[in-house]
Design a binder for this molecule. Structure first.
Ligand code: PDD
Length: 288
């Protein structure tokens, strides 16, 4: 079944959706995006995603295509039109179409595109076995806090992982510290039970799932250390995991071919995953 997608004010069949060849998203990766989870037909933590969108736009002096309430309306309409129960709503804003010029155009209208994608997230069977990651130098630009569509470096990292028979790549800065996964935040759990994840800065994306998971961990009296960790510290960890809107909390069971802890998803990771899913389902069905 072809999807109904949204392009600049119109709901159209995906085959009829069009964006200009002069669009700066296409020519300069001059655009930002957000991915919101849909669970039980509801948007999860969407206000936080739209707040981050506003921040990304602001950092790039890019105009807001419309108020956040209107975006939410479009997201909900797409979920409904495509009968989406579980998956993702992708949204992208670019600076718009203009003659090719490195300077920002003065009068371009922002382009707004949204589409849905079906995906099993809460019941993803991979959560039972965990994923394998490799490590690779982080060759991305220096403003990773802005969620831009310039995703070639993480795409290369992901392909390096796939070609090595792994599932994802953890990117490593010039000093040997892990920044984050190709499209997720990275965590380890130390021998003495602390959850360690890199502190917020321009070096990583400020994950919406990260924020929610750390709040849940704190409520559950788990110890959190927001600091850098090296690859060798990760290899000596008892557990490791990633978080994102498209994976929630996903166990990492090997790093560069070396087993993490028991080589199976660990108890703290499993607990955090369950806490997050319970919280998300509750927010999807507030009356239940
Ligand atoms: N990626 N770090 C990076 C580099 C990311 O691309 C993402 C999200 C995250 C996690 O952020 P959040 O918890 O807000 O999803 C961290 C999305 C899912 C993507 O590109 O598809």
């Amino acid at each position: 079944m072809p999807r109904i997608v949204y392009v600049n004010g119109e709901y159209v069949n995906e085959k009829d959706a069009k964006v200009s060849v002069f669009d700066r998203g296409f020519l300069f990766a001059d655009g930002v995006y957000e991915v919101t989870t849909v669970l039980d037909g509801e948007l999860i933590d969407n206000d936080a995603h739209l707040a981050r969108l506003r921040r990304s736009l602001g950092e790039l002096d890019m105009a807001e295509p419309c108020p956040p309430e209107k975006i939410t309306e479009i997201q909900r309409a797409l979920v409904q039109k495509n009968s989406l129960s579980e998956g993702l709503v992708y949204l992208q804003v670019t600076r718009g179409a203009a003659d090719r010029d490195f300077a920002y155009p003065k009068d371009a209208e922002p382009t707004l595109v949204l589409f849905t994608q079906e995906k099993s997230i809460a019941d993803n069977p991979t959560a039972k076995t965990g994923i394998a990651v490799i490590t690779t130098p982080d060759i991305r630009w220096a403003r990773r806090d802005i969620k831009t569509v310039g995703l070639l470096a993480p795409s290369m990292a992901k392909m390096e992982a796939v070609n090595a028979g792994a599932d994802d790549a953890w990117m490593v800065d010039g000093d040997g510290f892990v920044t984050e996964g190709s499209s997720n935040n990275a965590y380890i759990i130390t021998q003495d039970g602390a959850i360690v994840t890199r502190a917020l800065s321009n070096a990583i994306l400020h994950g919406i799932t990260r924020r929610a998971v750390l709040a849940l961990a704190q409520e559950a009296d788990m110890r959190i250390e927001e600091r850098k960790f090296t690859v060798s510290e990760a290899e000596n960890a008892v557990e490791a995991f990633i978080t994102s809107a498209s994976s929630f909390v996903m166990p990492v069971v090997s790093i560069d071919g070396r087993q993490v802890g028991s080589g199976k998803p660990g108890p703290m990771t499993n607990r955090l995953r369950q806490l997050y899913i319970d919280m998300a389902r509750k927010s999807a069905r507030p009356a239940a």
